[in-house]
Ligand binder design. Structure first.
Ligand code: FES
Length: 210
């Protein structure tokens, strides 16, 4: 099949997932795949981004995992450059089904609150709290949650250790607002501003962070 000034064909590549090239600090724009013939950077279309972010959050996709990616290879007739665009990503088989824009993977389970404080967020390693900033979460108080988290962290002197990061949709819009505490990936859905002090105390107790 050809388009004007472009030749489009299908590709099917298997290799090791090396991570994402991010856009705006959180959106996976390109997927890095290491294969026997070298490393490829494959464009991740919008339809796949949410699922891939979620797969990464739930440890279903980690650097080093073997994955298979299929999609379109678009070659420019003018300069010969080739652009790869994914339309389907097959995750490691011990995890869930392939991700494609038409697939409907079942929602991951709500993770319990971590009983383990993030003592690893010491001087060297910065922890973060991801706050969905997309419409459903924003409408249901996501912005206020982000502000309250920031204020609480500042108040406890943790502002330089724990970062608030706004993200795209986490694919759990009905449970908005959604927050994920990193690095232990604990998810909170339907969070209320009043619960913020308890959340911070649980994950980032000041005694463990000093
Ligand atoms: S809008 Fe926040 S999870 Fe979809």
């Amino acid at each position: 099949m050809s388009k004007s000034h472009k030749i489009v064909s299908e590709f099917n590549l298997a290799g090791q997932f090396f991570g994402f090239i991010l856009k705006d600090g959180y959106q996976p724009k390109m997927l890095r795949l290491n294969t026997n013939s070298g490393e490829y950077w494959i464009k991740v279309p919008k339809e796949l981004r949410g699922d891939l972010v979620r797969a990464e959050l739930y440890n279903q996709l980690k650097p080093g995992d073997r994955i298979q990616v299929t999609g379109e290879s678009i070659r420019s007739v003018k300069d010969g450059t080739i652009k790869l665009v994914a339309d389907r990503v097959q995750l490691p088989t011990n995890h869930f089904s392939p991700i494609s824009p038409t697939s409907q993977p079942s929602a991951p389970p709500t993770m319990p609150c971590s009983p383990t404080p993030n003592a690893s967020c010491g001087q060297q390693k910065k922890c973060s709290i991801l706050v969905c900033s997309k419409s459903d979460c924003r409408k249901r108080g996501g912005e206020e949650i982000a502000i309250a988290l920031e204020e609480q962290l500042q108040e406890l002197g943790l502002g330089d250790r724990v970062q608030i990061k706004k993200t795209g949709c986490m694919s759990r819009c009905k449970q908005a607002p959604n927050v994920v505490v990193m690095p232990d990936k604990t998810r909170y859905s339907g969070l209320d501003v009043a619960e913020i002090p308890e959340l911070i105390e649980k994950h980032f107790p000041v005694t463990a962070m000093t």
